[in-house]
Design a protein around this ligand. Sequence first.
Ligand code: ADP
Length: 483
Amino acid sequence: MVTLKDPTLLRSACLIDGEWVGSTGRPIQVADPATGHTVGQVPDLGATEAEAAIAAAARALPAWSARTARDRGAILRRWFDLAVANADDLAALMTAEQGKPLAEARGEVLYAASFLEWFAEEARRIYGETIPAPTADKRLLVIRQPVGVCAAITPWNFPAAMITRKAAPALAAGCTMIVKPAEQTPLTALALAALAERAGVPSGVFQVVTGDARAIGGALTASDVVRKLSFTGSTEVGRILMAQCAPTIKKLSLELGGNAPFIVFDDADLDAAIEGALVSKYRNAGQTCVCANRLYVQSGIHDAFASRLAEAVRTIKLGPGTEPGVTIGPLIDADAIRKVESHVADALAHGATLVAGGRQPPLGGNFYEPTILTGVTQAMKVAREETFGPVAPLFRFETEEEAVAMANDTEFGLAAYFYTENARRVWRVAEALEYGMVGHNTGLISTEVAPFGGIKQSGLGREGSRHGIEDYLEIKYLCSAVG
Ligand code: ADP
């Protein structure tokens, strides 16, 4: 059970073409990962409803894109105000279905809202350009126009922010958007849709369809009306969706897996590195795509870092996100626990040492203790795959070249972190790391004002910042003969 100040934000229907559409068949139960109890239910919709949403989005597009940027911005700004005003309820819903501690959930709601505010402002800065013509009788212009109907498929680890980071630039640019949220966390998405409606987002401009991921994803990707897909999730599913988008040559934004390295050099500020490792590793129970997945620590500081980190994780309080003082909630589901267990078992079988955690506490639900492993090598699963759990594997290294080579030895390229007090090294390492985002002396890099995204198999495109709206705009070149 989740108690809200405004109970109407707990929805069990989807928003399609301005109507709240319920389930025709059996609804999907949404479970609290801390207890397994049912929090709510949402419709089990499929291709038919997705197609209805696509048609509605296409009908809504001409009027929405014809409105002034100022008008669209004003509506997004109202949506922002409503998200902030209802932050407690959105956070309560999020903790109930996702598990993260309430304070962290509230933090995500404000982070999610920040995209609405940012792109409400960016709507008015979709500038064009003029180009000096090669001949006297021509005038050359560039205008930027909305891509059209867009689809978004979002994950469960950031149930609100992954939606607004896509929907806000889409709507600001004049596109319409259909969202298929993750099956684990649809309630936050539906509450956001209720607030969008209240803010004055017109019918068909922002829609949410819950249900069968393959069927809905299949309809969204097959449609030639949908001109763009923005997906955040696993590299595996990203690959499938990219292939499904190939026949219609859709534009794609993909924010996929991470496997972030976190490098601590001998000359690092140890206190700062420990603090950064804690937030980067254990935030959201290690379930973020920018979470430190591999901690490379130079020989001279390795043992001090390991013992200080072990001390620090003892202060972490594990429990249901609704309990005061809890800093880590449960993992999302039993599959997540199995993956963490298999990574820890594989590391131990290949010679790693368990310094902390390494088991489920007797709390029931999907909890896993904050874990530290030392003596980890590149051959182990924790080095190659994203663990997506509260496990910190420590690798010892000797030289900068070795650390950078190990850090880059992965098909992923989303976020990387390093700690050093040496200014020359800052530039050397920052430029050598093959990642879309690099944190120096910080474990927290996400903000709506900066471009979020990866290189290599971590994805395509950027979200947030002034670049984030580009993904929702087409460039049109106009050549006018005036002579
Ligand atoms: P995770 O491993 O984090 O759950 P996924 O990539 O499996 O990440 O899921 C992210 C999103 O992709 C979710 O909304 C999920 O429902 C959706 N999804 C998963 N498989 C498919 C698919 N075959 N087609 C469309 N959407 C999918």
